[in-house]
Design a protein around this ligand. Structure first.
Ligand code: ZN
Length: 232
């Protein structure tokens, strides 16, 4: 039996493990970066605040308009000679004064809201710009990762084909031994014998073992680490 087929099978298995690890890493790397969700959240927060303030601004504007009309109306009556009673005039003037104070208070608030809104709209713009940049960057990265993923999957598929061929060539019983050793020995079931030394554990084997590896048809194991020895 060609022991080198067993060695090649092990090489293919190790390559398959490496590809699987890389595919796992890629799957992890292909998740959307948290910054995108963070930025989208910030934008939503800023925009809902803008909306709230715009509603408040409209309410205030309406109230200011209403007060202005009422003040004009009242003053028209006060100074148009319609009201002649001194007490009524004084009360009317006081009322007009109260409304002016209220209006000026509302106008202060309006001004404050307009300044805040201006800042928030700037924030919104810069957050949106930032999100666009991050998205563009992520698109590039993602495209590169997907390309790499596709080529790894191709590699994986061709390794699987080679594995099937090699597995068939070593036969079921040897394959079972190989599989159980591979599981028990950290993925390395087969070891090259180089100058009578097991390359996996580094221990020299007796000459009888060397002869068996070279000339016998059955599997020969390293007396130290228990791996299948292959002559090279
Ligand atoms: Zn060994």
């Amino acid at each position: 039996m060609a022991m080198t087929a067993l060695l090649r099978l092990q090489e293919v298995d190790l390559a398959l493990e490496k590809v699987a690890r890389e595919l796992d890493e890629l799957a992890e790397a292909l998740r959307d970066p948290p910054i995108l969700a963070e930025l989208a959240q910030n934008i939503a927060r800023v925009e809902s605040e803008i909306h709230r303030l715009e509603v408040r601004q409209r309410d205030l504007e309406l109230e200011v308009e209403g007060l202005t009309e009422r003040i004009q109306d009242l003053e028209g009556r006060l100074y148009g000679g319609l009201i002649t009673n001194v007490k009524e005039i004084e009360a009317g003037q006081q009322k007009a004064e109260e409304m002016r104070r209220r209006r000026s208070h509302l106008e202060d608030e309006l001004l404050e809201i307009m300044v805040t809104l201006e800042n928030l709209r700037e924030d919104d713009k810069s957050l949106r710009r930032r999100l666009q940049e991050e998205q563009a960057r992520w698109q590039d990265t993602r495209a590169r990762l997907l390309e790499k993923q596709a080529s790894l999957k191709d590699e994986q598929a061709s390794l699987e084909v080679r594995r099937k061929r090699l597995a068939a060539s070593v036969g079921d019983s040897v394959l079972r031994t190989y599989e159980s050793l591979r599981a028990a020995k950290g993925g390395i079931a087969v070891s090259r014998l180089e100058n009578r030394v097991c390359s996996a554990c580094g221990v020299e084997v007796p000459r009888s073992v060397e002869r068996a590896v070279r000339y016998e048809e059955t599997l020969t194991y390293c007396p130290t680490c228990g791996r299948i020895l292959v002559d090279t």
